[in-house]
Design a protein around this ligand. Structure first.
Ligand code: SAH
Ligand code: SF4
Length: 374
């Protein structure tokens, strides 16, 4: 591991003060900031308008390196590619490049694992991991952006990879401030499992990314079953904080809702969800479950018919809804499938999830996975 500090880990103020002792005249500092925050270079050598001696002096004291790319999957049919990075302490994280016509999205990880432990999520299954540093967050983005030579103005960023971004708020916000140099806040979306103090902290910022919240169940008992964090941050408290969340003109909160066959995907569930979010400037993003061998056997993706029924019922209840046809399923890069791969898979005996859902729906229409209902 390198002893030298990584300049990408410094907040811009600190960067300037650290550099002012070494670099002169002051306009050189501006040039360095431009190379880092706008161009995202990862060697001092690349800063070609700086004198050689300045570059050498910087390299002696600091680094600007990014996590090492250890694997890039071949493109999935939809063009997306998964990037596996190795961090300097050996941890592995994943990011996803998603070309989408005019725009390109990059899905970033915020932690090397996730302590929140949602039972339908593979990242959660593999457990907690440390917070990523700003250089590790920025590095995922700039590595992918530079490799594909996409202009920053054409990029969207989503914090929907591994980890809970609001449990790593300081480093995420510091990274956001760098991204804002080239990417408008409305082009950046942060997805959270509903960490109430973190949402309040976001609400207090001058500039905010779009907020997406993983609700995933229409009521407290079911949310508590699949998202144990609900016991700590209850659903009614979460909804209250969302109602207070300041929204810029034209923006909505995205309510993410993972569809689990026979569990939370009925027409009645859609009606209850619509009631839950009534009065909120929100749109629902329904995410049919991405199945995985590490998830409990009862967790299945609903049939296309069931997905359509659910969406139709939401629309009839006045809710705006889109369905996330997850990119990258073929390469296990879809939502909830990121695990920092090549980490050993757990033995079957370690599987800690219930074989059956504990919370049955009260309505008589509790179905087995895939069963058709009207
Ligand atoms: N920790 C944050 C962001 C990362 S998860 C959060 O939970 O919001 C990004 C999204 O993937 C969340 O909406 C989550 O509900 C969803 N997700 C997790 N596992 C999934 C799976 N197996 N299939 C489909 N979506 C999943
Ligand atoms: Fe963590 Fe999000 Fe996965 Fe839940 S869904 S375990 S919060 S990464």
């Amino acid at each position: 591991m390198s002893e030298r500090l990584n300049l990408y880990d410094f907040a811009p103020d600190r960067l300037r003060s650290e550099l002012s002792g070494i670099v002169s005249p002051p306009f050189r500092i501006k040039q360095i900031e431009e190379w880092m925050y706008v161009r995202g270079v990862d060697t001092f050598e690349a800063m070609t308008n700086l004198p050689k001696e300045t570059r050498a002096a910087l390299a002696q004291r600091f680094t600007i390196e990014f996590p090492e790319v250890v694997e890039i999957t071949p493109p999935a049919p939809d063009g997306s590619r998964k990037y596996l990075f190795k961090l300097s302490d050996g941890n592995r994280i994943e990011s996803v490049y998603m070309p989408m016509g005019e725009r390109t999205s990059v899905c970033l990880s915020s932690q090397a694992g996730c302590a929140v432990g949602c039972t339908f999520c593979v990242t959660g299954f593999f457990g907690a991991g440390r917070n990523l540093t700003p250089s590790e967050i920025l590095g995922q983005f700039f590595t992918i952006q530079r490799e594909h030579a996409v202009a920053p103005e054409q990029m969207n960023i989503v914090f929907m990879g591994m980890g809970e971004p609001l449990l790593n708020l300081d480093n995420v916000v510091q990274s956001l401030e760098v991204f804002y140099r080239t990417i408008a806040p409305k082009r950046i979306t942060l997805s959270t499992s509903g960490i109430i103090p973190g949402i309040e902290a976001l609400a207090a910022l001058d500039r905010r990314p779009n907020l997406a919240v993983s609700i995933n169940a229409p009521d407290r008992p079911r949310r508590e079953e699949i998202m144990p964090i609900t016991a700590k941050y209850p659903l009614d408290g979460l909804m209250a904080v969302l109602r207070r969340f300041p929204l810029e003109k034209g923006r909505d909160i995205t309510i993410e809702y993972v569809l689990l066959a026979g569990y939370n995907d009925s027409r009645e569930d859609a009606a209850v969800l619509a009631r839950l979010i009534r009065g909120l400037d929100a749109k629902v993003n329904a995410i049919p479950l991405n199945e995985d061998e590490n998830l409990p056997a009862w967790m299945k993706r609903p049939s296309e018919e069931a997905i359509d029924d659910f969406v139709e019922a939401l629309v009839r209840n006045g809710v705006q809804v889109t369905v996330r046809r997850s990119k990258g399923r073929a390469i296990a890069a879809a939502c909830g499938q990121l695990r920092g791969k090549n980490q050993p898979l757990p033995r079957k005996s370690l599987v800690r999830y219930a074989a059956e859902p504990a919370v049955k729906r009260e309505s008589p229409s509790h179905r087995r996975a895939g069963e058709r209902r009207r």
